[in-house]
Design a binder for this molecule. Structure first.
Ligand code: AMP
Length: 380
């Protein structure tokens, strides 16, 4: 069974989420509020989402039999991360599981090369790139793209993992090591002025709802803060909006996608797509009428989509493993911090343990306060 255009999944039905991390948890919280039952499929015994869900199928992601059993117990399936086995998912969809998002979006976004080729073919602006499978192609790619460039594994990279920045020939040794571990893509290094993202939701009827533009600050390739609305000109904002709308249409999107963009000298360039809720969209829980999780659920459950206003300027700050204890100590003194903790167990260095959302009439006092608290200045 493929996409069913008019299937209204009513409250009381069961939503099955593949993946039980914080995104799964927040999806489950939103679904529970709307009156759905929630099942979570995840190998982790005490994963974040299982703490909220009605039931938890604890099995490895490649355990086909357990996945099929899980699919049989739910009315609609979704996923909170993109690196699920495409073959497994196709098999359960062929056997009748209802996955309104379809599998094509995963095929496109699981591989950086397929994704970039799709974007380029769709007329979406991207930086220069070249596939690299061996050392000859690496040298040829550098000739075409020039230094500086970034070599990335095509699959399974996140938060800067599986990436080598090539500034000169001296970096070739490290690049070759990466290349020997997996097929890669070489990208031009974009000397961006800012990183931006849009969360976009579309439903099967073609309605599109685009969340306000976020300005994203990364530390060591990990998202640190999202500042919304992004501090950009109207022209840039409308260019980014257009890019987001076009991507949703070209993908024939059902559900949500996160679009990571660079603001470069030549305008907007798309870096990456995330076919799921995204860290840079967490601000929507408090600062929009509907959160990214709410609208994803409305979409996959066959409902119309509202347009979404930003209620207030907002800053979202991530709480990483090294920040968590200090944040918990500080929290009582900050009634304006909306603290979300994901209950993920061990607070390892750079592990995303939670986030704080803060709203005010303008960004400056919020940013100043975060600097004064000092936790992030000291830990990053
Ligand atoms: P990614 O895993 O592709 O999202 O990359 C993580 C981060 O690395 C991005 O948010 C950027 O800060 C940086 N980055 C990735 N690719 C490039 C690029 N081609 N040029 C400049 N910076 C990049």
């Amino acid at each position: 069974m493929g996409k069913n255009l008019n299937k209204y999944i009513k409250p009381g039905s069961t939503i099955g989420i593949i993946g039980g991390g914080q995104l799964g948890k927040m999806l489950a919280q939103s679904a529970k509020q709307m009156g759905y039952r929630v099942g979570v499929f995840d190998p982790g015994e005490d994963c974040s989402a299982s703490q909220v869900a009605d039931f938890h199928a604890q099995a490895a992601f490649d355990d086909q039999e357990s996945l099929a059993k899980f699919a049989n117990k739910v009315d609609v399936l979704t996923f909170e991360f993109e690196n699920i086995s495409l073959a497994s998912l196709k098999e359960i969809v062929d056997d009748g599981a209802y996955l309104p998002q379809g599998t094509e979006i995963l095929r496109l976004t699981q591989d950086r090369l397929t994704e970039k080729e799709f974007l380029r073919k769709s007329g979406i602006p991207v930086g220069d790139f070249s596939p690299v499978n061996n050392e000859e192609e690496l040298i040829a790619g550098i000739k075409q793209i020039q230094y500086p460039a970034v070599l990335k594994t095509r699959r399974f990279g996140y938060d800067g993992k599986g990436q080598v920045l090539l500034k000169s020939e001296a970096d070739l040794v490290e690049a070759k090591d990466l290349l020997h571990s997996a097929p890669c893509i070489l990208e031009a290094f974009v000397p961006f002025k800012m990183e931006l993202s849009h969360m976009v939701v579309r439903n099967a009827q073609g309605q599109i709802s685009i969340f306000p533009l976020a300005e994203n600050i990364h530390h060591h390739h990990i998202l640190h803060q999202s500042i919304v609305p992004a501090r950009v000109s109207k022209t840039v904002a409308s260019e980014a909006y257009q890019v987001a709308e076009n991507i949703a249409k070209r993908l024939d999107l059902v559900g949500i996608v996160g679009i990571e963009m660079f603001l470069a000298d030549e305008g907007i360039l798309v870096n990456e797509l995330a076919p799921r809720p995204h860290n840079s969209g967490h601000y929507t829980i408090e600062a929009c009428q509907y959160s990214q999780f709410d609208l994803h659920i409305r979409s996959i459950c066959g409902m119309t989509l509202p347009q979404n206003e930003l209620l207030s300027p907002v800053v979202m700050t991530n709480v990483l493993g090294q920040d968590q204890n200090q944040v918990i100590e500080e929290w009582p003194n900050h009634p304006d911090w909306h603290l979300h903790l994901y209950n993920k167990g061990e607070a390892r260095q750079n592990r995303k343990m939670g986030h704080i959302t803060q709203m005010a009439d303008s960004h400056d006092p919020i940013l100043k306060e975060f600097d004064q608290v000092g936790i992030w200045l000291n830990n990053n």
